[in-house]
Every structure is written in C-alpha cells, then in structure tokens.
Design a binder for this molecule. Structure first.
Ligand code: FCB
Length: 450
C-alpha cells in the first residue's frame, strides 16, 4: 500500500471532518434549547476571557453553507454531535420538538451535500440542570443519558449509519475533575475515577438502547488514546508512566474491550474497588459488543516521577523535538502507536476510525487573503502516513476525520486556539479555507499521498 513516497488508501476509505455542537453552533437557547455546564463554567471564569459557545461559528444558522463548503472540499463524511440540552433542555424526559426538527433539517442538508453523518451523542454539553444534580458524579446521569440516546436514535433511525455514544470520557473525567481545566473545574483524582466509571456506564447502557432503536446502524465510542513514554528507565519513572497510561488508555479500553478495570490503577483510584461505585453487572454492561472503535489522537508525552505531584506522582512533559505554540509536542507519528494499541494490548480486531486528528497552529489571514498553514499540512501528511503504517501492521482502519472543519470554541482556551481547515473570522463569520483544506481536497481526490 505504501512505499517511501506514495501511500494509497483502500477504495472505500472514508475521509471526513469532525465537529462538536457546543464548539460551533452558537444560538444555545433558541428554539427552546437549554444551557449546558460549559455555559456556567464560562460565566464563572473557567475559560480564557470567559469565552463561551454562545455564538461560536454560528453553525446553527449557517449549516447549509458549511455543509456545501465541506462537500466542495471533497469531504465524504461529517462527524457532528447532537446537543443534549437542545433535545432535553432541563435533562428530564420532557423533550423539545424544535430540537429534533433542527437536526432533521441538518440531516437533510447533509444528504443534499452527499455527506455521510457520523453522530456523537455526548460531546461534553451536559444539560446544566443535570450538572446541578451532581453531573457525572451522580450515577443517575448515566441512566438519563441512555434515555436521551434511545429517544434520539429512535427519532433519527435509518438516517445515521454511525452512532458514537460518548466522546473522550477521559477528557471529561480527568480534565474536568482531576486537573480542573475543563468544566466543572474540580480537582479531585478519585472523583475523576468515579466520573470515568459513570461515563463508561453511560456508554454501556446506551449501546443496547441504540441497537433497539436503530438496528442497522454501527455503534461505537470515541476514546482519546495517548502515547506515554517514561522519562528514563528508573523504576519510579516507569511506574509513573504506567499510571498515566492506565489513566488515559487502560481505564477506557479495558472495560470496553475486556470487561475489567486495570488493577494497577486501584491504589490511585480506590473508587474502582468500591462496590457502591462499580456495581455488580456494570462491567458486563460496559463491555457490550460494539461495531467500531473511534480513536482521537492529540497527546504524546513523556512522564517523570515527581514526589510533589499529588496521588500519582506523575509529571507529564512534552517529548523532545518540535513543539506547538502552547508547548506541547508535535508528534504526528504517534498516531500509528495509538492505532496499534487496541490490537497490541487487547487483541482487538474491530474496525477503527480516526475520529479526530489535528492540531492548533498560529493561523492568520495574510496580506494575500490566504491562510498559509503549511505546518498543519506537514502534520497531516505525516499523520496520514502513520495511519497507513498501522494498516500494514494489521489495524482495520476504515477512515480518517480531521479535527476540525471550522475554527471553533476550544473549551478552556476559548477562541484562542485554531484547529480548523477553514479559518473563521469570528466578527463577520466569514469562512476562509486554509491552504490545508485545498491540500486535503487533493489528498481525498487521489485517495492518498504522493
Ligand atoms: C479533543 C476534543 C475536541 C477538540 C479537540 C482539539 O479532545 O474531543 O472537542 O477540542 O480536542
């Protein structure tokens, strides 16, 4: 499939772009929609400059134009999420018809533009009312999610070939509840473990609910796997790296694929051994068979033992080599490693989609009116080659979704991080395809790289 210079992907390979409702839609509460925990977190100063998704890229109103643009760029599939608080504004069983109507029109528009929908049911916008009842620390939220998943998949049955239950439960749990960077900004490691479990449970409960509503669709989950290397071969560094990898990878892959939690994490996360948290039957539920694995790739880090760091003693650092503007490592080659992880560690032969890959760069419109993001092109070029290598080593990779179509609200960093292949001039909402978008169109056109 690949030699040193050219790579050709299989004929039925899918090229897409991934997005998330809260990050692009705006118009949060129009048509009866409700607020989510990020609206409150932003008001409380949890995001850069209190930025929120209030307006974002105005995709709620501009989706026809955005779908046409995606299609003109050669994309074949569009990964989006449904906003839970548009469907269930107060998190209850009372559902908002206008929310369903909106997404019916969105699906019509995707079809008109020949874009296959891949839909995530939970991309972090928990209805604020549920957050006020304890959010993901409250086990009941998992059951509310399964109800919402059943209602949504019943309504849209037959129109969506790919359903993703939850996006990156690691980020919700550990960025939201251990590091306090994401909503709701808690710093309590064991609490993050409880949230991780409840999110895993939410996924497990949703799988049969989705199958019952929409028997034809493929059901999966999107995990953000991380390449974690020890700083040295000192046993303390090795143990710290294993802990971080257990937190980021094992805690999610192992229950999904094998029905257990990694035992080496129990000393750090006592909740995993608490029968009130991990109840009888939970792990069987979580390991319900799925049809595909979605993998998101961003993190490649080196871990060193540091006694001053609470609980894990694990200090995460950027790897040697080029860095991004925010000081993280620029390691597109790591995509091969995370794609191989489920196969290597669990013998998993499920079809895999790269449901997100991309990076933030210092993009700007230059005096010629272009966004010359050659660093992003280089990144994607190397990442796609890494993906192709994983296929040569046995990974059943079916498609790649770039993160993301449009510049968007990037959670704690607000509008300061630009990941899109299309530049959004927020004040005017003008869309300007970056050079990477034109490059990607060529890659998709020849289904490969030269
Ligand atoms: C991932 C999220 C996505 C986006 C990218 C940059 O962790 O799934 O919403 O913010 O990071």
């Amino acid at each position: 499939m690949s030699n040193e210079t050219s790579v050709i992907f299989p004929d039925d390979f899918i090229w897409g772009a991934a997005t998330a409702a809260y990050q692009i839609e705006g118009s949060r509460t129009v048509d009866g929609g409700g607020e989510c925990l990020w609206d409150e977190f932003a008001r409380q100063g949890g995001t850069l400059n209190c930025d929120s998704g209030e307006i974002a890229a105005d995709h709620y109103n501009r989706y026809p134009e955005d779908h046409a643009l995606a299609s003109n760029l050669g994309l074949q599939s569009f990964r989006m999420s449904i906003s839970w608080p548009r469907i269930s504004p107060d998190g209850s069983a009372v559902l908002n018809k206008a929310g369903f109507d909106h997404y019916d029109r969105v699906l019509d528009s995707l079809a008109e533009n020949n874009l296959t929908p891949m839909i995530t049911l939970y991309h972090w916008d928990l209805p604020l009312a549920l957050q006020h009842k304890g959010g993901w620390l409250n086990r009941d939220t998992a059951y509310r999610f399964a109800d919402y998943a059943a209602a949504v998949t019943q309504h849209f049955a037959g129109r969506v070939p790919f359903w993703i239950t939850t996006n990156e439960p690691w980020s919700c749990a550990f960025l939201g509840y251990a590091r306090g960077l994401h909503a709701p900004g808690v710093r309590d490691y064991n609490a993050a473990g409880i949230v991780a479990h409840n999110l895993n449970l939410a996924h497990g409960l949703a799988v049969p609910a989705i199958r019952a509503s929409d028997g034809e669709a493929s059901v999966g989950v999107a995990h953000c796997l991380q390449v974690i290397e020890p700083f040295s071969d000192h046993p303390k560094d090795v143990e710290a790296a294993q802990t971080v990898s257990g937190e980021a990878n094992g805690l999610f892959l192992e229950p999904t694929l094998q029905g257990s939690y990694p035992q080496h994490m129990f000393p750090y996360l006592p909740c995993l051994e608490d029968p009130a948290i991990v109840r009888e039957g939970d792990l069987e539920c979580i390991s319900a068979p799925i049809d595909f694995l979605g993998l998101n790739y961003y993190v490649h880090e080196v871990v060193r033992f540091d006694r001053t760091i609470p609980v894990t003693g694990a200090c995460r650092m950027a790897p040697l080599g080029p860095l991004t503007t925010i000081g993280s490592g620029l390691r597109p080659d790591g995509l091969e490693k995370i794609l191989l992880m489920p196969l290597r560690d669990y013998g998993c032969r499920l079809p895999v989609y790269v449901t997100e890959v991309g990076y933030l760069f210092n993009d700007y419109v230059n005096p010629n009116g272009r966004v010359n993001d050659c660093a992003r092109i280089k990144y994607y070029n190397e990442a796609f080659r890494a993906a192709a290598r994983s296929m040569e080593k046995g990974v059943d990779l079916r498609g790649i979704y770039v993160w993301t179509l449009l510049d968007d609200f990037e959670w704690d960093s607000g509008y300061s991080s630009r990941y899109g292949i299309v530049f959004v001039e927020y004040g005017s909402q003008k869309r300007i395809p970056k050079d990477s978008a034109y490059w990607l169109r060529e890659v998709i056109g020849r289904n490969g790289l030269t």
